[in-house]
Design a protein around this ligand. Structure first.
Ligand SMILES: Nc1nc2c(c(=O)[nH]1)N[C@H]1C(S)=C(S)[C@@H](COP(=O)(O)OP(=O)(O)OC[C@H]3O[C@@H](n4cnc5c(=O)[nH]c(N)nc54)[C@H](O)[C@@H]3O)O[C@H]1N2
Ligand SMILES: Nc1nc2c(c(=O)[nH]1)N[C@H]1C(S)=C(S)[C@@H](COP(=O)(O)OP(=O)(O)OC[C@H]3O[C@@H](n4cnc5c(=O)[nH]c(N)nc54)[C@H](O)[C@@H]3O)O[C@H]1N2
Ligand code: SF4
Ligand SMILES: [Mo]
Length: 686
């Protein structure tokens, strides 16, 4: 394969890269470049986890990069906030003004400045490197980056000791796979390929999901429980494992902690009790327990669907206990995988330099509650009101909960807002300055993964489009203008790529082949050795107990449980749409055409009770707001639960709304995470 370091002039060239998106698969890309233009993005056939295949979304990445709506130059707002009216300005003008405004605020209190970023790119360089250094040096508020995975991460850390699990490739050898809270076909396609391989070899696939998803309908069995009831199901499975003695006593004795207490807790969860909570037949629980107890190797692909409710942390803890009870970890094709990110030896301290805070104690703002926090005045508890927000790699106006408040916050005339973006997103519409950002085809980066265990390098395939700049370059230049003279602000993107893993990863190998595998045993916990303090799978967590929390996993009911309100009788979940990635790609026509329009799936009984016809425009509402979309009367929805597929740009949806009008800012039991799927609504014809 030919390769190049600089943009091409001789067609065609192939350039190796990495998919930047927030997806467990972290595919290896090959971009075809002709006359300096990216014409095609494909999967690298040599990289085993990618196997030469990309999802439909990223197969359209060239269309996204070359899109006529790219932001091509710095823009300054001329209309009212939200109007999206801007005029072009030079980089010099924009950066000088931004540096001046931020310096003036920082002179009063730097904590009045808030960086807001998430995983528009998962790259360690364009994600958080120079940007983090800049905000640490400034002493800005810290952002608690909780909007996705922190409940599950905390739960896994308190149970296994870290974000670790089985190696994904061995799912292909399992004989039973529970796909739990994951629509793998949509959001973890390369795992689904492995599950298919297992199926061909005789494995049984069970999907546990309130929605009859694309994945659920292709599994042998679908356990269609109510949202937020997974811990009850897991505890009842334990009940059955105990009363039938389908346990690996030796593994439990040698490699777990708190068995006696967990046993006592689980024995309170008969299948009948759990069935009533979960809204499924008790017999289905018994059968599932028998399958888990009697099959080896057995594996769980746990995903984030279950953790976006009040008890999401406890649910993940409960499920994470199951493999240890049956000794599933003994086999390389047994155990559980939620995230593999804990295996990667990322040198965050070097990349992000928290030491630049130099002893200052900056407050932390939870990104989930940005709606409330932008509206908070100065107070002793909160500290200074937020005066400036710098957004990069995120689209909070579309993706954060309770968007009515998020919009009001961003619409504050006195708020100074800078948005680094590739496109005119809902958030960019509220900016004072929009700064044009490069895409993955235009910059260097290096990637860990949360679904496999390879490091990937991303080389630029083409020159920055228009006047766009990398995130790193923007923060380097702001640092210089604000007088930050530390040498770390002069590190190049290639330097940063090398710093990310230091000597832990062979950088020459990355340069040569684009990826490098971490060395991890095939069955890492066959003999225990979990990364927890005790080295065991901690059913009982001393650390949680010391915080005054339950040391054992339990079922924690939703804030807004199904059937819990007569005014809002329907429970709404809002999982991802297959052809979007969060709110990314909504503006790519070929993909939006497939999704059609914003949809609410509802069961025929719930539709009939409200006089709602298929394809009719409906108003979905609760006390937090209202959302307009098209009804889809569908067997994908169970009675009492509606599925509002995410996450549309508000301005491309109906009446300028999206599903987050309805979601709440309440946090999970563990990990301070959002509760997007813990949300009651009512629906009426519009
Ligand atoms: N195509 C596509 N892929 C994506 C994304 C995307 O937007 N689109 N987003 C990416 C991101 S950021 C993430 S975090 C991951 C998310 O990936 P996953 O965590 O795997 O999320 P989903 O695939 O949406 O799976 C969530 C599933 O959980 C179900 N679910 C909802 N509530 C519950 C519950 O209480 N219990 C159980 N058991 N299941 C429940 C939903 O119906 C849905 O089918 O996907 C990534 N991949
Ligand atoms: N109702 C509901 N809401 C949800 C969810 C849900 O399931 N339901 N899922 C939640 C989850 S799991 C997540 S992870 C969040 C996701 O929330 P976000 O991380 O905000 O994800 P995106 O919506 O994809 O927005 C990322 C933005 O970053 C930009 N971007 C990409 N690369 C770069 C770059 O190199 N530089 C710059 N400057 N910008 C770049 C993209 O153009 C895009 O607009 O949403 C959450 N919101
Ligand atoms: S979004 Fe996921 S499946 Fe699609 S190319 Fe990227 S890593 Fe692969
Ligand atoms: Mo996410």
């Amino acid at each position: 394969m030919a390769e190049l370091l600089a943009p091409a002039s001789v067609p065609p060239q192939l350039v190796r890269g990495a998919c930047p998106h927030d997806c467990p698969d972290t595919c290896a890309l090959v971009t075809t470049v002709q006359d300096g233009i990216a014409i095609k993005v494909q999967g690298n056939p040599d990289h085993r986890p990618t196997a030469g295949v990309l999802c439909n979304k990223v197969s359209h990445y060239a269309e996204r990069t070359n899109h006529p709506d790219r932001v091509l130059q710095p823009l300054k707002r001329v209309g009212p906030k939200g109007s999206g009216r801007f005029e072009p300005v030079s980089w010099d003008t924009a950066l000088a003004d931004i540096a001046g405004r931020l310096s003036a605020i920082a002179a009063r209190d730097p904590q009045a400045i808030l960086p807001y970023s998430y995983c528009g790119t998962m790259g360690l360089v364009q994600g958080e490197s120079i940007a983090a250094r800049f905000f640490h040096r400034l002493g800005a508020s810290l952002l608690d980056r909780t909007i996705c995975a922190s409940a599950g991460a905390e739960a896994l850390t308190q149970t296994l000791g870290g974000k670790v699990g089985m190696k994904v490739e061995f799912f292909a050898e399992a004989k039973l796979i529970l796909i739990w809270g994951s629509n793998s076909i949509a959001s973890n396609l390369h795992f689904w390929r492995l599950a298919q391989e297992a199926k061909r070899n005789g494995a049984r696939l069970v999907c546990i999901d309130p929605r009859r998803s694309e994945t659920a309908e292709k599994c042998h069995e679908h356990v269609q429980l109510l949202p937020g009831t997974d811990a009850a199901l897991a505890l009842a499975l334990m009940h059955e494992l105990i009363v039938n003695d389908w346990l690996d006593h030796d593994y439990i004795a040698r490699h777990t902690l708190g068995w006696g207490a967990l046993r006592e807790r689980a024995l309170r969860w008969t299948p009948e009790r759990a069935a009533a909570v979960c809204g499924i037949p008790a017999q289905q629980i018994r059968d599932l327990a028998r399958a888990w107890g009697a099959t080896q190797p057995a594996a769980i692909r746990l995903n984030y669907g279950m953790q976006r409710v009040r008890g999401g942390g406890n649910a993940v803890r409960a499920v994470a206990c199951l493999p240890a009870l049956t000794g599933a970890w003994r086999h390389r094709a047994g155990g559980l995988l939620l995230s593999s990110s804990g295996f990667f030896p990322i040198d965050k301290a070097t990349l992000q330099r928290p030491d630049l805070l130099a002893g200052r104690k900056a407050r932390t703002i939870n990104m989930v509650t940005i709606g409330d926090d932008l509206l908070r005045p100065t107070s002793p508890e909160f500290g200074p009101a937020i005066e400036a927000v710098v957004v990069y790699n995120s689209n909070p106006v579309a993706v954060a909960p309770e968007s009515g408040k998020v919009v009001r916050g961003f619409a504050r005339p006195d708020l100074f807002t800078v948005v680094l973006e590739q496109f005119h997103t809902d958030t960019a519409d509220y900016a004072d300055y929009v700064l044009p950002a490069t895409t993955q085809l235009e910059h260097w980066d290096i990637h860990a993964s949360y679904g496999h265990t390879d490091v990937l390098l991303n080389r630029p395939a083409i020159a920055p489009v228009g006047a766009s700049r990398t995130n790193t370059q923007v923060f380097r230049e702001l640092a210089e203008r604000m007088g930050f003279t530390e040498p770390c602000f002069r590190d190049s993107d290639e330097d940063l790529c090398r710093q990310a893993f230091g000597a832990q990863v062979d950088f020459d190998l990355l340069l040569r082949q684009g990826y490098a595998s971490l060395r991890i045993p095939d069955a890492p916990y066959a003999e225990g050795g979990f990364p927890s303090a005790s080295g065991r799978c901690e059913f009982f967590s001393e650390r949680l107990a010391r915080q005054g929390l339950d040391g054992l996993p339990d079922h924690v009911p939703n804030y807004e449980p199904a059937g819990g309100s007569t005014r809002y009788p329907l429970a709404m979940i809002s999982p991802p749409a297959r052809n979007f990635l969060n709110s990314t790609f909504v503006n790519v026509e070929s993909l939006r055409d497939i999704e059609g329009e914003p949809l609410l799936e509802l069961h025929a009984d719930d539709a009939a009770a409200r006089g709602i016809q298929d394809a009719q425009v409906v108003r979905v509402f609760n006390d937090r707001g209202e959302y307009f979309c098209k009804a889809r009367v569908s067997s994908r929805a169970r009675p009492g639960v509606v599925n509002g597929l995410g996450i549309w740009w508000r301005k491309l949806g109906l009446a300028g709304t999206n599903v987050n009008e309805l979601t709440s800012q309440r946090l999970t039991d563990l990990g301070r995470a959002p509760t997007f799927y813990d949300c009651l609504v009512e629906v009426r014809p519009a």
